[in-house]
Design a protein. Sequence first.
Length: 248
Amino acid sequence: MATPINLSVMKAFDALELFNEARSELTAEVVARELRLSHATAHRFLATLEAASVLTAVRRGVYAPGPRLARLGRMAEDLAPLPASLQATLDRLRQGLEESVMACRYTPRGPLCVAVSQADRPISVNIRTGTTLPMLSTAQGRLFLAGMAPRDRKNWAIGQSVAQAALAEVEPLLEGIRAEGHALNRGDNEPDIAAVSVPVIAGGRTVLTISAFGTLGRFGPEVQERAARLLKEAAAELAQDIGPTKDT
């Protein structure tokens, strides 16, 4: 029997992940709208996080990251640092593929972009570090789902209020991803945007994804095949750089 999860804890972390480069402060209105909560519930989450020093009130009803969150962030970087070679690897892939390349880490809300190498082209797809992508409709998210045990996928869906029917719809795609070792996105998330993504597996689990992405018209079958091959080679190198990891 699966261990029940605390949905309030999940939602609290969802609220924290609303911070990004363009949003350095949160209000109950923002949290309620983004997480589809009542205003009272959103306010209670923020007030509780402030009481725990995870957030700090910069003015009435407006919250910024607090000292405890900063300390936990530094601890996370110390305990689970990104591979030292990650940015250089992305830059090399970008030069070889002439496409933008990024790396993502898992979060319950979706893959979090932690590094990017932007293609030097007048018209290109721009994704910033700190962007959280959807889980079900992106190549990166499907990779993380494909790497989960069925019970973990079910618990993830419960925690994120995703209908089991929606999860069941992507199960055939996840089977294909596990068989092929990579995931494709051809306009599934946003029209005219494509991606090829592969997992970086260490300690038997997907710890990162690396992806080439750009306009759909540039990602024909030959480009997809070449990108998948080069990304897999780079993922194997990054996995060696990461080394063994403890199961969580």
